[in-house]
Design a binder for this molecule. Structure first.
Ligand code: F6P
Length: 319
């Protein structure tokens, strides 16, 4: 391999820059050229790229967002558009492509590999932690820390005013962010798409706790389960608290990555280059039992990540 292309694609995730830095520096140490395409697959289609070097990626690890910028490119579902991207990569003599992103982005990578033999490797990056076969994706830890910090602040004001807060978090179809942030702040309840909610039972439980003297209540709701507004309607006049709503929104996607995300991104970026050199094309770097391994993209994308039932039981037991 003489020239590696990198894209960051789909929703951004804190730690993407640390991955770009690790890929670039690992490649540079082996005298492999690196180019970074701007705005994900759009940059490949427009041949819009920047040459990356050991020194040009200095000082980016701690930055949130992605210096390569990102985009969702729905046109990539069209096989002719993918053929154009493959032609551009071949024209530019890119003989290894690192795709940093979530499921949609990894699907594009899989198709470039299967249809056009482009030597791709994926790096999982998505705050949702919904990518199968890897224990963690880049950005999850920072997102959780941001959500927990915000909820802790809400808990302060909730206690002062004896209020309930319904906090809506991201996660697309997954309840991971809601479950883990709820666990971390000791939320009274977590509403996630994976578990049907019985509002009668829930409102009754919160009301009982209120009667016993509780002065705050945090209910975390995953966007994939319900909106905070619809949950509030179920609670109206039934829980004994005045209720407020907070939607954390895109705050969850920004910020300087935590040490965990910097380390994970560095390990995955470094491994991605080494796996490409070993010819492990059409795969994704995954974290499995503490080690970086490869998993075929075909396998990753044929599965759905399931929330560990033990974690759900843990949260139910402690809340
Ligand atoms: O996949 C990451 C994510 O932040 C989801 O949690 C959320 O549903 C979605 O992206 C929001 O996408 P956009 O930034 O395009 O509004």
């Amino acid at each position: 391999i003489k020239k590696i292309g990198i894209i960051t694609s789909g929703g951004d995730a804190p730690g993407m820059n640390a991955a770009v830095r690790a890929v670039t520096r690992t490649a540079a140490s082996k005298n492999i050229e690196v180019i970074g395409f701007y705005k994900g697959y759009a940059g490949i289609l427009d041949k819009d790229f920047v040459e990356l070097s050991y020194s040009s990626v200095g000082g980016i690890m701690e930055k949130g967002g992605t210096i390569l910028r990102t985009a969702r490119v729905p046109e990539f579902k069209n096989p002719e558009i993918r053929a154009e991207a493959a032609r551009n990569l071949k024209d530019l003599k890119v003989d290894g492509l690192v795709v940093i992103g979530g499921e949609g982005s990894l699907t594009g990578a899989k198709l470039l590999f299967e249809e056009h033999n482009i030597p791709v490797i994926g790096i999982p990056a998505s705050i949702d932690n919904d990518i199968p076969d890897t224990d963690m994706a880049i950005g999850v830890d920072t997102c959780l820390n941001t959500a927990v910090d915000a909820m802790q602040k809400l808990k302060d004001t909730a206690s002062s005013h004896e209020r309930a807060f319904i906090v809506e978090v991201m996660g697309r179809g997954s309840g991971y962010i809601a479950l883990m942030s709820g666990l971390s702040v000791g939320a009274e309840a977590v509403i996630i798409p994976e578990v049907p909610v019985d509002y009668n039972e829930l409102t009754d439980r919160i009301w009982q706790e209120r009667k016993r003297g509780k002065i705050n209540c945090i209910v975390v709701v995953a966007e994939g389960a319900a909106s905070a507004y619809s949950v509030a309607r179920h609670f109206e006049n039934k829980i004994g608290y005045e209720t407020r709503i907070t939607i954390l929104g895109h705050i969850q996607r920004g910020g300087s990555p935590t040490a965990f995300d910097r380390i994970l991104a560095s390990r995955m970026g470094y491994s991605a280059v080494n796996f490409l050199l070993e010819g492990k094309f059409g795969t994704m770097v995954a974290l499995e039992k503490g080690q970086t391994v490869t998993v075929p993209l075909e396998k990753v994308l044929s599965e759905k990540k399931v929330l560990d039932p033990k974690l759900i039981d843990l949260v139910n037991t402690l809340s």
